[in-house]
Structure formats: C-alpha cells, structure tokens
Design a binder for this molecule. Sequence first.
Ligand code: 5AD
Ligand code: SF4
Length: 495
Amino acid sequence: MSTTPSSHNGRLYIETVGCQMNMLDSELVVAALRRQGYTLTGEIADADTILFNTCSVREHAEHKIYSALGRLRHNRARRPSQVIGVIGCMAQKDQQLIFQRAPHVDLVVGTGQLAQIPELVEQSRVDRQQRLAVSLDRRDATRQQVSDSFVSYDPLRDPEMRPSPFQAFVRIMIGCDKFCTYCVVPLTRGPEQSRPPQDILHEARRLADEGVREITLLGQTVNSYRSVSDGRTWRLSDLLLALHEIPGLQRLKFVTNFPRDMSDDLLQAVRDLPKVARYLHVPAQSGCDTVLKRMKRGYTVGEYREMMHRINATVPGCAVSSDFIVGFCGESEESFQKSIELVREFRFKNSFIFKYSPRPGTKADDLLPDDIPEDVKRRRNNELLAVQNEISEEDNARLIGSEFEILVEGLSKSARKQLTDEPAAALPLADSHDEHPQLVGRTRCDRIVVFDGNPRMVGNLVDVHVYDCTPTTLLGTIVTREVLHTSTDGLPILA
Ligand code: 5AD
Ligand code: SF4
C-alpha cells in the first residue's frame, strides 16, 4: 500500500536509548515523519504515534522499554487510533517476542528497515494490523544476503531538524564482524558494511553548507573502515584527509575505535590534520589477558600497551578514553585488579564502565556461566570508577592555568535547567534572558569546558583560560584578545 504525505498526521512521541548511532537514527526517523506532517510532542499521553528506539547491549535497557510498553497497555484502550512502534536493536533481536510480551504494539522495525517507518505507521493506522520488518538472521542466509537485508539509513537531512545546528553525526559504517563473545551488536546491526566515500563526502559538504562546524563519524569499529572506490581503497585516514578540505568544517571526530585496527596511517592523520580532534575512544574492556581471550577481543594487554605507546609517540598529548566490562564470566579478583592497574597505567581521560550483562544469542551466553554475583559486579564497577575519577580529576587539575581553543557547543546543562527541561536542541538560544549564561564547549582533546559567555559564541572557536576543575569538567573564563572572532552572521563577538 502506498501512502501520500498529508499536511497533518498527528503528534509523534519518540524515546531513544543507547548509543550515538541510535541518536542519529532517531533524528533521521523524526525528520522523515515531520516531512509527512507529524509534529513532535514531549508528552506521551498526547501522542498519536509512539516510537521507542531501543538498545540491546545490556538487559537493563531492554527492561526499561518493556516496562514503558507495559504502562501503555491501558492508555491504548483510551486511544484506539494510536500507533505504537518498537524500532532499532531490540526490534531486530526480539522480533515476535515483542508482540507476545506487549500485544498492543503495532510495529516492530529493525535497524535495517528504518526507511520504511513512515509507510508502516500509516498502514498500521488504517488496517490495525501488526507489522514486523526486520533483517535476516546472520545464521540463516549467506553473508551477502544478510548484508543486503541490513540497509543503512542515511537520507539527507533538513537543517532545522538537527539536534544542534553546528554539530552532526555522519554514519560511515554499519554493523560489526568482530563477534566479541559478550556482544549482541553483530546480531542487531548485522555484517560490517562501509558506506561509499563519495556518499559520505557529499553528506558532509551539504552539512557544512548548512552551517555545521563539527562532524562526528560513526561506526561500531570506525577505524576498520574500508571502501573500494574508483579503483582505490579508502581507509578512515583517507576519508579524514578528504573531509579536512571541506570549507566551514572546524572539527572532525570519530567513534568507536577497535584497538587492533589502530593503524599508523590513522594516527598520522590525527597528528597532521588540525581539524581532527586529538582524542581517541579505544575500549580496552579488561586489563587481564585471560579475560580478553574469553571475550575474544583479539589482542593481549601487551598489544594494547604497544598501541598506546604508538598513540603517544605519534600524537603526543592525545587524549584516550576507554570502556570496561566488570564481572565478565570467570573474572577473578586478581583479573579485576588488572583492569584497575590498566586504568592507572594509561590514565584514560575517562572510562565508561559496565557490569557484564549476559545477552541471548552471544557466544558468552551460550558457553560461559554468568558466575559473578551482582553485588560483586556492583562493587567492582564502583571501585574502577573511583580510580578513573581520581585520575581524571588529577589530570584535569594539571590543566588549571592553561589556555585552550574550544568549540562552543551551547548552553551548559545547568543553564538549560534554569530555563526549561527541554534538550539543548529544542532550545532557542535567544530565549536565554541572561546576557552571559553558562556555555559549554570542548577542547581539541574532547575535554568539556564550562564558562560564562555570549550565546552568540555557539558554533565558534574561542580561547578559554582554565581556573578550576571537577573529574569530568574544566571551568574556564573567556580570554579576551585584540582580534575579535567573527560570528556566523558576520558580527564581531565581544568576549
Ligand atoms: N554487558 C555489559 N557491557 C557490554 N558492552 C557490550 N556488551 C556488553 C554486555 N553484554 C559494553 C562494552 C562496549 C560498550 C558499548 O558496551 O564495554 O564497548
Ligand atoms: Fe560489540 Fe566487539 Fe563489535 Fe564492539 S567490536 S560492537 S564490542 S562485537
């Protein structure tokens, strides 16, 4: 059944959990629905269409969605024309199970079928049939067939629909082939596929023309990017070089890196290209070789160390952040202490720490007992976080007294809270009654800095003097220079 855009299609409520890839997917789905006449609402009770963009990486994220769906059961009886959709990773993973657990759900749409959402929502509203649109299971078909069933969703975007006018995510890869034993992503996002460089460059040029200053390239293992185009192979370093030429762009970032694919050409690109952030997120996951082997990460602590030495030798001062899983199957106290030692040795800028959560369909869940009690997982999580925070605060304290060039991102969290609870995206800066509200930006090493400034600085590079810090944030003041920066509308910015 085909549908035609109507001028008014009702109110859309969308809730997004999970990674930056999900944030980008939601942005693109919202843009597509708004083009069809939908308006966004922050009130679930007012919505005609409710979408949950979901995450399956840990069980907790799935529980939250099933609870939210449970709460809608009665709401639905009051609004029979309402369409409820579960989209993204959980949709691909749980499929029919979602209809069984929540019979009032109308749509289950996987990560590879997001382009179909506007049509599926319309169809559901008309005939009230449940619809499932998902990709092939990796075990049920050839690699090519499975890859073809995971379609990357990268429509061109309308500038006013981006969460921030100056920052944008650009997908360069989908899927993952690493199959770490604990991880569900290779199943929910499918085989690794790199987008053609021309498509990425075209999207980036368009974004730059629309005023975007900072692009973050997204991929599950972004540094594994490979694409053959015009008879040559493009690596991430080649992409960065080409993106660097685009006028208007000031910052380029990329997440997430896989340790084994941290090649010298990439590190040299980070060193040589001034627009590229000197910041690498390279998850170590554990500091113990036995655990790394059980996780099937494909490197030893010694190899991770060698990579860190190459990073430090090639890009001095480069900030590195990591992810860790604590309480993985068979992680002894001694193994855990090795993760603590790793954090102490490499002094990561920050680490994201997670308690192991067994995921159905993964090798670890099939073969290894989840034998670390929850309270031990929690204690290890807190302990590792405390060590990381201590290091982050010490390293931030060393930066007190220094000056940094920062890209201004918007009002700080506390300035936003003072105004409204809405996300930064929806907040017109002009609404700030304070002439010098607290702004937030990031250094080239991705360190967060808050300072009082003129909202018209947003999207510009400014110099800031750091006078204090917390483990996560530097506190600064604007450095006044003789030469004034110029804002986007050509007016000088007075610091
Ligand atoms: N349990 C806990 N943490 C996990 N991660 C991935 N899978 C799991 C799991 N089953 C973490 C890893 C990864 C981050 C995005 O989530 O640290 O880098
Ligand atoms: Fe998951 Fe490992 Fe792939 Fe990262 S590299 S997405 S942890 S399987």
